[in-house]
Design a protein. Structure first.
Length: 169
């Protein structure tokens, strides 16, 4: 199972995706990918998701929006809470890129790592088995640093399994 490792080099932090590999009686970490330089913005406002999206009727919100749109709203909400300045960072949810000056970066928020890799995990989530998908989807949100409200997660998961062909998000 892969996880994230932050390395401090010359005063800057860099994030890597690593896995433990067992060799004999010990394990070693193997780097699976470089994710980018870490940036740690401060929480600026604690706006509730329903207020941010101007949701008065949660059922109507789920009926009127696709799974992808709901996930993008959640990402935008977290970015706005931390006042991540879009002038300083390039954030493109369509291409799943978060960059600064053309280089991939990682926004470290809520104990998670919002970057191209974690955005792709969320936006390209594929269903496998209903029993395991809840944990996998929750982990994808946690890894991306998104504190998804419980009622939104439940509605999103229900919508995931209401889709006729169980398409990828």
């Amino acid at each position: 199972m892969a996880f994230f490792r932050v390395k401090k080099i010359k005063g800057n932090e860099y994030v890597y995706r690593v896995e433990n590999e067992w060799s004999g009686k010990s394990s070693r970490q193997k780097v699976k990918g470089y994710l980018g330089r870490a940036f740690r913005p401060d929480l600026k406002n604690n706006l509730v998701f329903n207020e941010f999206c101007k949701i008065s009727d949660i059922e109507k919100y789920f009926n009127d929006n696709t799974i992808e749109k709901i996930i993008k709203d959640l990402v935008e909400w977290e970015i706005s809470k931390y006042a991540v300045e879009k002038e300083k960072f390039y954030i493109d949810l369509e291409s799943k890129k978060i960059q600064k000056r053309g280089k991939d970066i990682v926004i470290v928020i809520n104990g998670g790592f919002m970057c191209g890799f974690t955005l792709a995990n969320l936006l390209e989530f594929k269903t496998e088995s209903e029993e395991q998908d809840g944990n996998r989807l929750a982990r994808a949100f946690v890894e991306a640093g998104i504190k998804i409200p419980e009622e939104i997660f439940i509605g999103l998961f229900a919508k995931l399994y209401k889709q006729p062909e169980k398409e990828a998000i």
